[in-house]
Design a protein around this ligand. Structure first.
Ligand code: RB5
Length: 143
């Protein structure tokens, strides 16, 4: 599985810590590249394009709280970005939501908790069934 990662300045240090932890894996880094102020919607867009063009199968996004970049990412069709705040939520984000982007708050979460959540998500399986019906309804939404 190919993983892409991106953050704004509020998530930069967490992004680097995640990359460091998974240095054996080939993670595609979409930026940002420093703690200089940037706009999180630009990195949500880069992630959406990366997943849409199948350059990665799973995305990890980080901003200060995870809220802004979640809102931005979920505007794109096919993106199911889940703001993760515990290992239980990480497990359910796979089992029930088949999330394809994990979102974390760089200023609100500890690195160890983020790593444990990523590991838990990766070890979990999507359950399909009634959950697929609900995901289909999300994809069908047009207003
Ligand atoms: C940037 O200062 C901050 O607003 C951003 O990282 C994020 O927390 C927004 O939701």
């Amino acid at each position: 599985m190919k993983i892409a990662i991106a953050s704004d300045h509020g998530g930069y240090e967490m992004k680097e810590a995640i990359k460091q932890h998974y240095q054996e894996c080939d993670i595609l880094d979409l930026g940002t590249d420093s703690t200089d102020s940037v706009d999180y919607p630009d990195f949500a867009k880069k992630m959406a394009l990366t997943l849409f063009t199948k350059k990665a199968d799973l995305g990890i996004l980080i901003c200060g709280t995870g809220v802004g970049i979640s809102i931005a990412a979920n505007r794109y069709k096919g993106i199911r970005a889940a703001l993760i705040y515990s290992t239980e939520v990480a497990k359910l984000a796979k089992q029930h939501n088949n999330a394809n982007v994990l979102v974390f708050g760089g200023r609100t979460m500890a690195v160890d908790d983020v790593i444990n959540s990523i590991d838990t998500f990766m070890q979990s399986e999507y359950e399909g069934g009634r959950h697929q019906r609900r995901l289909d309804k999300i994809e069908d939404t047009e207003l």
